[in-house]
Design a protein around this ligand. Structure first.
Ligand code: ADP
Ligand code: CDP
Length: 264
């Protein structure tokens, strides 16, 4: 299938399906028709099912570190969506909560500090968290990172920027009501030591007092990509997917494959 419009603002996309489809079109002409959407810096047929990128290298530059922070209240679905992003884009997902938990369980010298902080829902000092992040980033051999649950306060943010000298490309902010988040955490059933009502309420308070200002900081820098995380998992992911590809790739060729072929 080939669609052609005027060559103003031309984009090309190849769909990796049974047969390849090339679209060469004008963004204005096609989106005006209502059926087409601007997607991945290209025009796509909105009637087509959501397509999936095979590998992050097809979209994200290989030459620099790509760093996306994923923020949102406890229970907003950060871990759930990060897993899906990894599955489709090949990022390395680093959950700072998980890294700290593993460090606590390894009986390292910081174990007791982490255990006490987690119990109170408090934020572990940056030097501990950043060391874990640094190690995990080096060991990954990747240069595309989704950093989940970090930075959680001003100290985290400033320390990361100073020590790592990396700025996030942008920040996903998962917006979700406290009521829904509480319901999700109480149903999470992962045997987490901090998913009890006392600690949950403490975490919510720390989130409001310490993490929301960081979100506002990134908003003032134009780096926030706000996601309605109240919706069902697949709907949230669809929005994230579109945001990711749109933000990171503008007007270049991309090879993508259909969702159903991803399972092959
Ligand atoms: N969009 C959603 N709708 C309903 N439940 C969700 C949604 N996203 C995640 N969950 C569930 O809510 C719980 C918390 O999600 P999780 O990804 O662990 O959140 P976070 O990492 O932000 O604390 C998990 O049990 C997960 O399966
Ligand atoms: N950057 C971080 C992330 C987590 N943590 C600690 O780890 C706990 C669990 O964090 P998490 O990200 O796994 O879970 P949620 O609170 O997002 O559900 C937090 O309550 C903090 O005590 C931290 O101190 N610093």
């Amino acid at each position: 299938m080939e669609v052609k419009g005027s060559h103003e603002d031309k984009s090309v996309v190849s769909f990796h399906s049974k047969d390849f489809i090339n679209l060469q079109c004008s963004r204005r002409d096609l989106t005006a028709a209502g059926r087409y959407q601007y997607f991945m810096g290209t025009i796509i047929d909105a009637a087509e099912p959501l397509v999936m990128v095979k590998d992050a290298n097809e979209i994200f530059s290989d030459n620099k570190i790509t760093c996306i922070f994923v923020l949102g209240g406890p229970g907003s679905g950060k871990g759930t969506q990060c897993e899906k992003i990894v599955e489709h884009f090949g990022f390395t997902h680093l959950s700072t909560g998980d890294l700290l938990k593993a460090e606590m369980e390894s009986n390292s010298e910081n174990g007791t500090t982490i255990r006490n902080m987690r119990k109170e829902g408090k934020i572990v000092p940056s030097e501990v968290t950043i060391k874990l992040l640094q190690r995990a980033m080096q060991e990954s051999g990747n240069n595309k990172f989704l950093i989940d649950g970090f930075p959680r306060n001003e100290e985290n943010r400033a320390a990361f920027e100073n020590i790592m000298n990396i700025q996030p490309d942008f920040v996903f902010f998962f917006k979700c009501s406290e009521e829904e988040r509480k319901r999700r955490i109480l149903n999470r059933n992962q045997g987490r030591d901090d998913d009890n009502i006392d600690t949950i309420l403490k975490r919510f308070k720390v989130y409001e007092e310490s993490t929301l200002p960081i979100i506002e900081y990134y908003r003032s820098k134009g780096k926030i990509c706000e996601i309605d995380a109240e919706r069902p998992v697949e709907e949230v992911f669809e929005v994230i997917y579109r945001q990711l590809v749109e933000r990171m790739r503008e007007g270049t060729d991309v090879e993508v494959c259909r969702k159903e072929e991803k399972a092959v």
